[in-house]
Design a protein around this ligand. Structure first.
Ligand SMILES: Cc1cc2nc3c(=O)[nH]c(=O)nc-3n(C[C@H](O)[C@H](O)[C@H](O)COP(=O)(O)OP(=O)(O)OC[C@H]3O[C@@H](n4cnc5c(N)ncnc54)[C@H](O)[C@@H]3O)c2cc1C
Length: 389
């Protein structure tokens, strides 16, 4: 992974802008029929293989900026490319095949054989992956997790439990499931699981926002697991499942933030294009939004740089998610208001963006959880002037 200059990232953003229109062209259809993702994304002109974020040793044809590769395996690259794509359709970004969140866990915990098994499959075929943490009765609180990984007499293991609200679950070929082996947060283990394993089943849930992501329920019923599936096996308890999950959240929250920002920008552009004559107060409100868009974009970029530098520190990632989600909700609801009664009916894209913006609030932890992380970071002196700048 290489660190890129501001001008490289600017040119990468410029290049990504052309994908937004492609993503927009299938946006309403993907929203109406998420099960058509394979056909709409793989069959369309979006360069999904280049956008997947495969690491250098598995990406034979990465995006290039002036001849230099951009593998999109760094947060700083992801937030510029995915914001632009999200101006077209944030759900399409999340519905891309590839490593997504589970890739971070693999990067942290997998041994060379597990890494090869994971990336070889993703590079060979378009494969969706999942990150299975949240449960029906306990949400994403790891201390109450009831999915268990039990050791049998034969040296093998069995996995039992239910995960809910898992992105791309029903269409995934493999993914990471978090399960409890012992009490407490340190007793949580990450398991690399192929979805054709006996005892695994998944189904899509009816949802309202970011429907293209096809949130799913995963059912694990006495699923056989071997040592070779257990990520971080043999490491100390402090370097296992929850450690990797926390670092994954810290890396993925800037990405969620950039998607919310992309939706907000799309709603802003839509108003400017379709309501050319605004009253003075409306125009003033839009000017304020333009300032907030610029400010949040800078914050998301800082959060991405911080996540690349130190994925153990999620302070700026939480600040960015809080601000970007709030902006997306404020801008999309204001935009709908500017088109008067019946706007959500007459302007289906605006209707979709209002629903999508709401989903960001829950994804990767609600605003209250982000406030807690931010407060902890502040109390521990992690918001230095340089980082907050
Ligand atoms: C679009 C989308 C994609 C998702 N993708 C995945 C996925 O791929 N994999 C996965 O495992 N999960 C996924 N989820 C689930 C998501 O991560 C959780 O729903 C989210 O983290 C919220 O957690 P929770 O459901 O436990 O709610 P909670 O954290 O329990 O929150 C419930 C309510 O209580 C409030 N609250 C909670 N704790 C506090 C507190 N200490 N102080 C004050 N208020 C508090 C919250 O603000 C909220 O209003 C996804 C969700 C969405 C919407």
């Amino acid at each position: 992974m290489t660190e890129h200059s501001e001008s490289f990232l600017r040119r990468l953003r410029h290049q990504a802008r052309e994908f937004a229109e492609t993503a927009r062209s299938t946006s309403l259809e993907l929203d109406r029929a998420p099960s058509r993702a394979a056909e709409l994304i793989l069959g369309g002109p979006l360069p999904w293989r280049q956008l997947a974020g495969l690491p250098a040793d598995h990406a034979d044809d990465p995006l290039r900026v002036d001849g230099r590769p951009a593998y999109l395996d760094r947060c700083a690259e992801q937030v510029v490319v995915f914001e632009e794509l999200a101006r077209g359709d944030a759900a399409a970004v999340l519905a891309l095949p590839g490593p997504s969140m589970s890739g971070h866990v693999v990067a942290e915990l997998a041994d060379p054989e597990q890494r090869d098994r994971y990336y070889r499959r993703l590079a060979d075929h378009p494969t969706w992956t999942f990150f299975g943490m949240t449960e029906p009765s306990h949400g994403s609180d790891p201390s109450s997790m009831t999915t268990v990984l039990r050791a049998g007499d034969d040296g093998a293991f069995r996995l039992d439990g239910t995960k809910r609200f898992v992105g791309n679950g029903a269409r995934a070929g493999l993914g990471v499931v978090f399960a409890r082996r012992n009490a407490g947060p340190l007793g949580v283990t990450a398991v690399l699981l192929d979805t054709d394993r006996r005892g695994f089943s998944a189904s899509a849930l009816p949802t309202s926002g970011l429907r293209g992501l096809e949130l799913s329920e995963l059912r694990l019923c006495d699923v056989p697991v071997t040592r070779r599936d257990i990520l971080g096996h043999g490491r100390s308890a402090t370097r296992q499942g929850m450690w990797a999950a926390t670092r994954t959240f810290n890396r993925f929250r800037p990405v969620v933030s950039c998607l919310a920002l992309g939706v907000a920008q799309a709603a802003y552009d839509y108003v400017r294009e379709h309501r050319r004559r605004l009253r003075a107060d409306e125009d003033w409100a839009m000017a304020r939004f333009a300032q907030r868009l610029t400010g949040v974009r800078a914050l998301v970029a800082s959060a991405a740089r911080s996540a690349d530098r130190d994925p153990a520190d999620g302070t700026l990632a939480s600040a960015a998610k809080l601000r970007a989600t709030r902006l997306a909700e404020d801008l999309t609801t204001t935009a709908v208001g500017l088109f008067g009664p019946g706007a959500r009916w007459d302007h289906p894209l605006l209707d979709k963006w209002v629903r999508d913006a709401r989903a960001f609030e829950f994804m990767e932890g609600t605003g209250n959880i982000q406030r807690q992380v931010l407060a902890q970071g502040y109390l521990h002196g992690r918001l230095t002037d340089e980082r907050a700048a």
